[in-house]
Design a protein. Structure first.
Ligand code: HEC
Ligand code: HEC
Length: 212
C-alpha cells in the first residue's frame, strides 16, 4: 500500500481500509485466473474450437455447449475421458496429452464464457418437458430434474448446468447414462434414464435447451 493510500485510508477511516484490503486479497486470485485462462486459450485455439467453438458455443447439436458450464464439473469430465471412465470415441484422443492442470484451466476458461439462451420452437412439446423437469415422473420413479440440477437448471460445482444445452446432446447423454457409458458419479442418472420413454427424453431435452 502506498503512503498516499495509507493517508487516504486514515482520513476516510475503516471502510476505505477494508475496501483496499479486499482489493489486495482479491488480486492474487484474479492473477491466477488470468494465467489459467491464458493456458486454456492456447489449447482451445489449437484443437477444441473445431467442435466446441472458441467461446464454448457450438454450431452442431451433437457437440455440447461448454460456455457457462461449471469449472469443477468440466475438469472432472476431461479426467474421466482420459481415464476411460467416460466413453465417447471422439473426446479420448483430444485429452490424451493434457495434464490435470490443463483440465483445471479449461474448466475455468469455459465457465467464464457467457451462456446464451437458445430459442425453442415446439411449445407443446417443451411444455410437457417442463412438467418432467419440475415434477419428475413419480409413477415411474423418476425424480424431478430440478431437485438436483436446480429449479433454473444452473447446477452446482459438481452437478452440471443443463440450461441452454443442445437438445440432441442432452438426449444422447441420457441414453449414454442408460447404457452406463459414464462414470460412477452418474449412477443417479442411470435410474432417471431408465424411467424415461423416448418421447419423455425428447420433450425434457427440448425444454432444457430453451432454459436461460
Ligand atoms: C472432433 C470434435 C471435438 C473436439 C475437437 C473436441 N471435442 Fe469435446 N466433445 C465432443 C463430443 C462429440 C462430445 C460429447 C461426448 C459424448 O458423447 O459423451 C464432447 C464432450 C466434451 C465435454 C463434456 C461436456 C459435458 O457437458 O459433460 C467436455 C468438457 C469437452 N468435450 C471438452 C473439450 C476440450 C477441452 C477440447 C479440446 C482439448 C475438446 N472437447 C475437443 C467433440 C469434440
Ligand atoms: C438425484 C440427482 C439427479 C436428478 C434427479 C437428475 N440428475 Fe441429471 N445428473 C446428475 C448428476 C450427479 C450428473 C453428473 C454425472 C457426472 O458427473 O458424470 C448429472 C448429469 C446429467 C446430464 C449430463 C450433462 C452434461 O453436460 O453432459 C444430463 C443431460 C442430465 N443429468 C439430465 C437430467 C434430466 C433430464 C433429469 C430429469 C429427468 C435429471 N438429469 C435428473 C444428477 C441428477
Amino acid at each position: 500500500m502506498t503512503l498516499f493510500a495509507m493517508r487516504q485510508a486514515r482520513r476516510h477511516g475503516r471502510a476505505l481500509l477494508e475496501l483496499m484490503l479486499a482489493l489486495f486479497v482479491a488480486a492474487p486470485s484474479s492473477a491466477a485466473d488470468a494465467a489459467l485462462i491464458e493456458r486454456a486459450e492456447k489449447i482451445v485455439h489449437a484443437k477444441c474450437f473445431i467442435c466446441h467453438g472458441i467461446e464454448g458455443e457450438t454450431s452442431s447439436q451433437a457437440f455440447p455447449r461448454l460456455a457457462g458450464q461449471h469449472a469443477q464439473y468440466l475438469a472432472r469430465q476431461l479426467a474421466d475421458f482420459q481415464a476411460g471412465r467416460r466413453k465417447s470415441g471422439t473426446m479420448e484422443p483430444m485429452v490424451i496429452d493434457l495434464t490435470a492442470d490443463d483440465f483445471v484451466a479449461l474448466g475455468v476458461y469455459f465457465e467464464s464464457r457467457p451462456a446464451e439462451p437458445h430459442p425453442v420452437a415446439d411449445d407443446a412439446l417443451a411444455r410437457s418437458g417442463r412438467e418432467i423437469f419440475v415434477s419428475g415422473k413419480p409413477a415411474a420413479g423418476v425424480a424431478a430434474c430440478a431437485s438436483c440440477h436446480g429449479p433454473r437448471g444452473h447446477g452446482t460445482d459438481t452437478l452440471p448446468r443443463l440450461a441452454g444445452q443442445h437438445a440432441l446432446y442432452i438426449e444422447n447423454q441420457v441414453r449414454a447414462f442408460a447404457r452406463r457409458e459414464r462414470s460412477a458419479e452418474g449412477t443417479a442418472m442411470q435410474a432417471i434414464a431408465a424411467g424415461l420413454s423416448d418421447a419423455d427424453v425428447k420433450a425434457v431435452a427440448l425444454y432444457i435447451s430453451g432454459m436461460k
